[in-house]
Design a protein around this ligand. Structure first.
Ligand code: GCU
Length: 342
């Protein structure tokens, strides 16, 4: 059913593109088709630094795609939030101002609340489980295609964010009680706000690119993320106490403008899909080694990493499952994900 829907959508767009091409080229040039199209470089917006596995894997994706399509398609990655923050990426991809972007699950939750399921504590058992789910068309095909008609956004696939933990400016948080009254930066989404409220702390929604100065200036007392972003964004310099709460395994998604994808010939689209599979596999491989490096680098810079009562954090967050799984489609997605756990 999903595939049929995709084929129908690309057929419609394909006809529209041919009609437009016909108009633009005038009556004398009826031979124009995807093969003869100008080479296209897709802009990809990323809020991570060039040392982050996402940048490394996506840069390689662009190179491979250019090679596999004889230069017809390329990707230029704009790192470091050069093209704005993730909340803006959604609109820019929808408008076709940029073709591709990496956004965190909570950003998509704001467009379709089924995506909340990917941010719930305990939904994924491990990075391996998560990546098996995020690349399984049977489980995620419908939700990935759900924004195509309404928003012209196709979710191409997912990347892991690893386990997220809490870090503070002044101390290790051994239990949720240590967070009482602390202002903790969260991603701009209902589930992350509820998460910090459930820990009796005070959530402050903020764009990723503003977290360093927020911590430095004391607007916030802490934040939550994985070790790699903690290190590559230099948050350890201003919040050196990293507590292994591991309250959830976060997900990022590669989103694309649906019309841009429909411009690809069948052969080029196959090269894109194949390249994407290699990309997320490469990214997952890099994740472990880069996490080790991030820990070592942050420790060298004065950070402390400590195991804490992570069970207590997860337990405090369990009510979120009932709070956020409220529709049949959310329940179905949740059950499918849990059903695929070992
Ligand atoms: C992770 C994730 C990003 C996200 C960020 C955040 O680093 O990979 O996509 O933007 O967390 O906390 O905002």
């Amino acid at each position: 059913m999903k595939i049929t829907r995709l084929l129908q959508a690309s057929a419609v767009v394909g006809v529209a593109a041919l009609t437009l091409a016909g108009c633009a080229s005038g009556s004398g040039d009826s031979g124009s088709n995807a093969e003869a199209a100008e080479p296209k470089t897709m802009k990809l917006a990323l809020n991570q630094a060039q040392t982050h596995p996402s940048f490394i894997a996506l840069e390689a994706f662009g190179e491979e795609l250019a090679e596999a399509t004889d230069g017809r398609w390329n990707i230029e990655v704009y790192p470091d939030s050069q093209l704005g923050d993730q909340a803006e990426y959604i609109q820019s991809v929808k408008d076709g101002v940029i073709d591709l972007a990496i956004v965190s699950a909570p950003q998509l939750e704001n467009v379709n609340d089924d995506f909340v399921v990917f941010s719930l504590p305990t939904v994924f058992d491990s990075i391996e489980h998560q990546m098996a789910v995020l690349s399984d068309d049977e489980v995620v095909g419908d939700v990935y295609a759900s924004l195509e008609e309404s928003d012209s956004i196709t979710v191409v696939g997912g990347l892991t964010q690893g386990a997220r933990s809490i870090y503070l400016k002044d101390k290790i948080a051994e239990t949720p009680a240590d967070l009482a009254g602390k202002k903790i930066r969260v991603q701009e989404s209902p589930v992350f706000i509820s998460m910090i409220n459930a820990l009796e702390a005070s959530p402050t929604p903020m764009a990723f690119s503003e977290v360093y100065t927020g911590l430095q200036g004391g607007v916030i007392d802490g934040a939550e993320n994985n070790e790699i972003s903690y290190f590559t964004q230099k948050h350890y310099e201003v919040a050196p106490f990293f507590s292994y709460t591991r309250h959830l395994i976060g997900a990022d998604f590669l989103i694309s403008n649906t019309d841009t994808l429909a411009e690809m010939s069948e052969e080029d689209r196959a090269a894109f899909d194949e390249g994407w599979t290699k990309t997320w596999e490469h990214h997952t491989e890099l994740w472990n080694s880069e996490t080790e490096k991030a820990i070592a680098g942050a420790e060298e810079g004065g950070a402390t990493f400590e195991e804490v009562d992570s069970e207590a954090f997860v337990e405090a967050l369990t009510p979120l499952l009932d709070e956020f799984i409220t529709t049949d489609s959310q329940q179905e997605l949740y059950d499918a994900i849990r059903g695929s756990a070992e």
